[in-house]
Design a protein. Sequence first.
Length: 215
Amino acid sequence: MDRQLRRAPDAEWVLMYRLGLNRKRIAELVRAEPATVGYHLVIARRQDPGLEVAHLAAAASKSSPSLASFARMEEIISWVATEGRLPRDHSKDKGERSMARWLSDRRHEAAEGTLHPAYRDGLARVPEWAGSHRAATDEARWHDRLAQLAGFRTEGNDWPRHHHYTSDHEHTLGVWIHAQRQKHRRGELDPAKIKLLDGALPGWQSGRTRGRPPR
């Protein structure tokens, strides 16, 4: 889509300005008219009085993130928006593991108080990125269990049981899906997760049919 048709101010252009790039350089990089970029920046400065100060400080600082770092952040933000989750550090995909490590480094910087404002402002579009490592691990485990149960069902198995199970694997999956049903009944299950469960595991809420199967 033509950037000139975007609603002003363009978040990417504003972040580039915050990184210390001037209007002319931004226009060259995004292939837009300098006047168009300038229009967006005028609106952004009105909305955020501190933007100009941040721009001047970044322009004078050698420690500001590079354009490559900025592009990496935008790539990760776009990936999260598409996938609907944070990248996992134990993924089989090398690229996803790399993104997870990048975010982990930013979390450490945030915890130490050294996170650059450009990263802070850019990653604000992904509020969950700053969650604790334990929370991120729990989230990754949830998605892994969903995939495992989907595979279990695809193999022709009935819904796993958390009692009277025949294997540790069935027990693990049975306990997990039982917990999801309980949370759903109490209204505590995230709507996004309900949608994922509905899509990957139709009938997950009811589970096994009671009584003898019909002949």
